[in-house]
Design a protein around this ligand. Sequence first.
Ligand SMILES: Cc1cc2nc3c(=O)[nH]c(=O)nc-3n(C[C@H](O)[C@H](O)[C@H](O)COP(=O)(O)OP(=O)(O)OC[C@H]3O[C@@H](n4cnc5c(N)ncnc54)[C@H](O)[C@@H]3O)c2cc1C
Length: 473
Amino acid sequence: MYDITIIGAGITGSLIAYYLSEYDFKVLVLEKENDVANGATGANSAMVHSGHDPKPGTLKCKYNLLGNAMYPKLCEDLKVSYKVIGAFVAATSLEEEKKLDELVKQCIDRNVPYELLSGDEAKKLEPNLADDVSKVLSLPSTGIVTPWEVTIAALEEAMLNGVELKLNYEVKSIEKKDDCFLINNDIKTKIIVNCAGVHCDDITNLLRVSPYKTEARKGEYYVLDHLNDTFVSRVIYPVPTIKGKGVLAVPTIHGNILLGPNSDYIEDKDDASTNKGLDFIKKEINKTVKNIPFNKMIHTFAGLRPHIDLNDFYIQEDDEIKNFIHVAGIESPGISAAPAIAKDVVEKILLNKFDYKKKDNYVHREAFIRMDEISDEKKDELIKNNPDFGKIICRCEKISKGQIIDVINRKCGATTIKGVKLRCRPGMGRCQGGFCEPEVLKILAQQLNKDVSEIELNVKDSKILLAKAKEDL
Ligand SMILES: Cc1cc2nc3c(=O)[nH]c(=O)nc-3n(C[C@H](O)[C@H](O)[C@H](O)COP(=O)(O)OP(=O)(O)OC[C@H]3O[C@@H](n4cnc5c(N)ncnc54)[C@H](O)[C@@H]3O)c2cc1C
């Protein structure tokens, strides 16, 4: 019997598991996909918002502000990158300038650092702001992070400390039996924490009529390659509207630029295909930035926001079913808020339910090896000890065989091509895996002791990829 079962291995479920792993509970995480962070956490703007924007008095506002303050220490502890790069909210009309004044009031009330700049002052700092930009709200505490790296690191550390993870495990039935729950007629647990993103209402409906309805709101993006010249060095937001924060230009941790997202409700809650939103983005992005290097576009993707009809996060124990905890409606600013949500769920809800003890033998994870982040001396030493670190597999991102083997042979390690890509980036560059994926596939097969045809591909042109990998065997 498990003490606590978390449904969903996105950033919220994984950080809850991470904070729980300090204590002597038996914890299980269930995920329907073949890897963690495959829902909203794997496809978003990857920003830690300052907290200037959510409506006052909402949980979104509270947890965004707390989360922004927690990120530097969390990322240091998890050994993943976090950068505070700041953001500009760019107004292009008198009406929008008035809206900036309202945002300034919110910044003052919330202690969010800010500065108001004239269009000319702002353009000196960001020369690619559009000519029409007349006034700018600068938000220096805005950060960027790679949300799936936080999620993978949090689960890796949780698993090093005893948390169990079951992938490819879709929760399809839940029965309440006396003092516990029975999941899929298979797993017994005292407590369920529902972190199932767009499927939170479906999970709740397995037990009772859900008090909220979850919808998917799609956001699409263009990804630009690393650029020699800086296009923008901060996040550039337009002035927000009732539809949300609008179409942004966002530098990423690994040096790419994201342009997007749009915001469209869709019927199929799992349809993360890209389509008409991209045209909208091309049109809208011109309002705030110019000289956009679309010739450096290497990829497009879409993410699905888990929106609920209560218009705020819904984080509480169920009113009718004891020990069933909702962590629902975690749409934007969910990445920013996730550490604070997770800590509160653990400390204010879950710890109250047990006599508990902190573990005295807590283990920390080691950082992934990043060849581009270490000195030449360290690189030489690494290659001398293990020549695989000198064998470059991904030429675009300069990823070695040693790095790929490292991310496979860990707790919460990669088992798919996409899993390797998310952890150490082969396939993220200009060729989008055209050259390196057959090699990655062979390394996966060798390390997992499988045939290449047994590895889940989940990539376009999988037949060609398999043929290329087999050709070289
Ligand atoms: C376009 C877009 C842009 C965004 N930009 C930002 C941003 O810049 N900053 C920010 O703070 N936030 C942003 N967000 C919001 C943020 O991405 C989400 O709030 C966050 O990722 C939600 O994490 P989660 O763990 O709650 O959900 P998810 O990441 O969706 O995880 C839910 C998990 O539950 C699993 N699951 C579902 N049903 C079952 C089942 N039956 N059995 C087992 N597992 C199941 C899913 O497979 C999934 O892995 C954005 C979101 C989108 C879509």
